[in-house]
Ligand binder design. Structure first.
Ligand SMILES: [Zn+2]
Length: 144
């Protein structure tokens, strides 16, 4: 969807408190930015880009990450145990991929994206292959 400027590859990334520091090689660039409407992502509210499992390199603080799993426990949702910020997750839809919080990426804001596609996470494609892939489009209209 409507994506912001070009960024470094790999791009530096960190949680809010800076304990967790990592580098990300984004798969498909910022155009891969998505949200998801499942019970967890809807509450979390983050926009995620994609990375291969070897596309994240931790520089510091990996031991400060906490893991959260629910339902089928296929997806692995990681967040910083100090500041609570979601950094990345291993996907249920594709366990060979991570989703990475765009807000953690150096120089990227979730408000850089005018439009973000929202994955249909309510009826997960893994539960019903005939379910629509997307639930809709989330839009941001800057006023300042
Ligand atoms: Zn932190």
């Amino acid at each position: 969807m409507t994506a912001p400027k070009h960024i470094a590859d790999p791009v530096a990334a960190a949680c809010h408190c800076g304990t967790v520091q990592f580098e990300v090689t984004i798969k498909g660039g910022l155009q891969s930015a998505r949200r998801c409407s499942c019970s967890y992502c809807g509450m979390r509210g983050a926009i995620a880009v994609s990375a291969d499992l070897d596309g994240i390199r931790f520089l510091a603080g990996q031991d400060a990450l906490t893991l959260y799993q629910f339902n089928t426990k296929t997806a692995k949702h990681y967040f910083c145990s100090k500041c609570g910020i979601y950094t990345h997750h291993q996907r249920r839809s594709n366990p060979n991929e991570f989703g990475v919080n765009v807000a953690c990426l150096d120089g990227v804001s979730p408000f850089d994206f005018a439009e973000v596609l929202v994955h249909n996470g309510v009826v997960h494609p893994s539960d019903d292959p005939a379910a629509p892939e997307f639930a809709g489009v989330l839009r941001f209209s800057p006023q300042v």
